[in-house]
Design a protein around this ligand. Structure first.
Ligand code: PEP
Length: 256
């Protein structure tokens, strides 16, 4: 199992080149914590610049097309991301599922396209508030995991750590409302069961991240929770100060 905590910042549609100064500071902070795997997913426009200069962090995309190239105006393919230095891509974020009507089958195809291009992949799942209130959270998320993860044949030859699942309750994203640790633990356990059903012994190499209003104050408790292999962080990853505090909260020793 890849045991290093995986802390990933998702900048969403934020950041012009001026924000690279924060990324440099994040890179310096990450270098102090070699026991933590740190990554940033900036907008496409910053991927290459960041990948060129940030040595202590992984750099990734926030989405990719299922095709490697072709007549798809405005889209970016997984090989294009790899070509400009990305090492991973996030797929199936709830904002993509909502804003672009992405369903599980498309998310799965994107994940497999990413792997084909040599990228790691973070597959996002999570229930809405209505689904949680209706007592359907676990069923919804389990179904998303079953249908969004790349097929076993696609990951069979991959080393541990290349595929992650991010559990992000939709109602916790960007709202300041964090899931209870006990609920996170229960959902991560349910997700682990589905990953094991899909991948057998390969499941041990898949980390499950929590995402949804993670910040400097709540990170330590969430990251220490059973089954939580890291965090996918939106708002708090835009500033080096708050993101560095989350990296430090992952519980590994810094080097000076
Ligand atoms: C996200 O966008 O994946 C996310 C978790 O955002 P935030 O941390 O801002 O809730």
């Amino acid at each position: 199992m890849s045991s290093a905590p995986y802390i990933v910042g998702n900048w969403k549609m934020n950041g012009t080149r001026a924000l690279l100064a924060e990324a440099r500071a994040i890179n310096r902070a990450a270098a102090r914590y070699p026991g933590v795997q740190v990554a940033l997913a900036p907008p496409f426009t910053l991927v290459q610049s960041l990948a060129d200069e940030a040595q202590a962090i992984g750099v990734g995309g926030q989405d990719c097309h299922v095709q490697p190239k072709g007549a798809h105006t405005g889209d970016i393919s997984a090989p294009m991301l790899a070509d400009c230095g990305a090492s991973f891509v996030i797929v199936g974020h709830s904002e993509r599922r909502k804003d672009h009507g992405e369903d599980d089958a498309l998310v799965k195809a994107k994940a497999e396209a990413a792997i084909e291009a040599g990228l790691g992949v973070i597959v996002c799942v999570g229930e809405t508030l209505e689904e949680r209130d209706a007592g359907q959270a676990e069923a919804v998320v389990s179904q998303q995991v079953d249908n969004s993860l790349p097929a076993l044949e696609a990951i069979a030859d991959l080393p541990a750590g290349k595929v992650s699942v991010a559990y992000e309750p939709v109602w916790a994203i960007g709202t300041g409302r964090v899931a209870e640790v006990a609920d996170v633990v229960a959902m991560h356990k349910a997700i682990r069961t589905r990953i094991e059903a899909a991948y057998g012994e390969k499941a041990a190499g898949v980390r499950i991240l929590y995402g949804g209003s993670v910040n400097a104050e709540n990170a330590a408790a969430l990251l220490a929770a059973e089954g939580v292999g890291g965090a996918l962080v939106g708002g708090a990853s835009l500033a080096a100060e708050s993101f560095a505090a989350i990296i430090a909260a992952a519980g590994t020793e810094p080097v000076d």
